[in-house]
Design a protein around this ligand. Structure first.
Ligand SMILES: CC(C)(COP(=O)(O)OP(=O)(O)OC[C@H]1O[C@@H](n2cnc3c(N)ncnc32)[C@H](O)[C@@H]1OP(=O)(O)O)[C@@H](O)C(=O)NCCC(=O)NCCS
Length: 199
């Protein structure tokens, strides 16, 4: 169970199906107007709910930032890739409503998400940052939360009329690769049953 976290007027809590309408709108804005996601067409509410349910069933954390009853942003961790040898690494996703950015809410969400995935026993968390540039909010945010640069895929996306580089940043959890993993780790939950969960 994801725990709650509070800062002044911001409450970080587990997402529920009732939040999916707002989450769909936040993500739709990012897909339509931004380059963080490489989706070209915003998924509808039903698809976002399907993705949410799949992550929930897989035991992955999905959290929201709320203020005065309004959802300002969300973050979740999901499988990086579905082949089973990847089962110790998760990928994070984090999106804020445009008017909520630049106020430290992303940091609250990401810090909480990192705590959750570490508690679940994962060994690495990776950010796959679309249109990654060293001065971007996402790169700075992940750096602040203990992620280090681990690679760049040049020209790996094309959106809004230009080629995009993708930056990888990662953070070790639970000692990373310094010790052998628990052989029973997530043997029942799997890593998504081969279904692609990543928006
Ligand atoms: C990326 C995002 C989640 C960051 O959340 P946020 O709440 O805006 O960021 P914070 O206010 O917590 O700031 C985190 C860091 O980024 C910096 N930052 C914030 N907005 C910035 C901007 N527009 N440009 C450059 N740096 C920025 C902050 O100064 C801070 O760095 P610091 O600690 O060195 O001062 C948010 O801006 C967002 O949703 N962007 C669109 C979607 C996106 O890019 N998602 C990431 C997918 S990997």
């Amino acid at each position: 169970m994801t725990s709650e976290r509070n800062r002044d007027d911001i409450r970080i809590r587990p997402a529920t199906v009732g939040d999916i309408g707002t989450i769909t709108a936040i993500y739709a804005d990012a897909v339509s107007n931004g380059t963080a996601s490489y989706e070209l067409d915003p998924p509808d509410r039903a698809e976002m709910e399907t993705r949410f349910v799949a992550l929930n069933r897989g035991g992955f954390p999905y959290i929201v930032a709320e203020s005065d009853g309004r959802i300002l942003g969300y973050a979740y961790a999901g499988p990086f890739r579905t082949r089973p040898a990847y089962r110790f690494i998760v990928e994070d996703s984090i999106y804020l409503s445009p008017d909520a950015r630049g106020r430290g809410i992303g940091r609250l969400l990401l810090e909480q998400l990192v705590l959750e995935v570490e508690r679940l026993g994962f060994r690495q968390i990776v950010a796959v940052i679309g249109d990654g540039r060293s001065d971007s909010a996402s790169v700075k945010l992940h750096g602040r939360c203990g992620f280090r640069f681990s690679g760049r895929l040049e020209g790996s996306g094309y959106k809004h009329g230009r080629w995009l580089d993708t930056i990888f940043m990662q953070r070790s959890l639970n000692g990373g690769n310094a010790s052998d993993p628990d052989p029973d780790f997530r043997s029942e939950q799997g890593v998504g049953g081969g279904r692609q969960l990543r928006p």
